[in-house]
Design a protein around this ligand. Sequence first.
Ligand code: SMG
Ligand code: MG
Length: 374
Amino acid sequence: MRIRRVQLHTLALPLVTPFRTSFSTQTERRVLVMELKAAIDGQEVTGWAECGALTEPVYSEEYTEGVIDVTARHLLPRLVAAGAVGPLTAETVAEHLDKVVGHRMAKAALETAVLDAQLRAAGLSFKDYLGVTRDRVPSGVSVGIQDSIPRLLDTVAGYLDEGYQRIKLKIQPGWDIEPVRAVREAHPDVPLQVDANAAYTLVDAAHLSRLDAFDLLLIEQPLGEDDMRQHAELAKRMSTPMCLDESVVSATAAADAIQLGAAQVINIKPSRVGGYLEARRIHDISRAHGVAVWCGGMLETGIGRAANAALAGMPGFTLTGDISASGRFYKEDITEPFELVDGHIMIPDAPGLAAVPDPERLAAATVASVDLPL
Ligand code: SMG
Ligand code: MG
């Protein structure tokens, strides 16, 4: 593959309702979309990818402006140089970018765009590339922190009416035991889990263990990204299964988490770990250890949602993921919207990562575009 042109579009998509977590309240998703033009065996193809980074470095250290900078200055030049001397394929991208420390969301976007172009040129769907045999995945929804418990109960009831199969509640100090109790009492049998986005410390162990009373599927990332040992300690003090999100930045981190007893469950987000290929490795390692995984989300547009749905079709994804319908976040997606069908999301089977933005909707949502120097 020869890379011909790379553009990074910044999109501003208003959210249907504000999404509040322990670290921010989002009212719109500013998301980077990469458009990569390449020549593969004489064919001109376009690869699409979106970047998981938020505008502020509050979920991880990456943020959209930083992604543009590192991609332009450090990542793309390495890839172009590598492509000039040897074959460039999606499977070699991570190694070409290996000398750059961190910046996994930026690396993920580049690898994903290359993979999309490569699969399109080959006429192969991502589903078939991964060897996925399922044609749909169950759909869960992540519910942000609300202003009041009655409002939370209304919101949850609305999602259950739509057919969502699992509810995840965002928690933080001051919004934890009582909201979870209220939802559990209103819905005794609903699969329920919580996500703290690193809002607690190990000092809160006794408080957090009060959540054990609510028959939760898991507690996601209660402690800081670097607190692997402390998560292992907390896991011993709670009966609710410990799940890591932010801390699992690579297959190595996943292996450490499993070995240390810091994770009984892993949330796999391709963007967080440097791309879909590393995400697949984490799936494989976890499955080999009997550790269940599920697919997380970063408020993806249809571009990322399509690829996540295919990944979540792999056999180790035994827990329902945060792959909701496009309408959970967006009135109008930039691709054909993903709809809930009987509580499921269909896995696309068109060539590539399988969702191309509609040119008009893309243009309408774009607030800035940069052409990266090659
Ligand atoms: O895409 O459905 C989605 C969002 C799921 O809660 C979600 N993501 O920590 O898991 C997480 C958060 C990270 C994004 S918060 C802005
Ligand atoms: Mg999370």
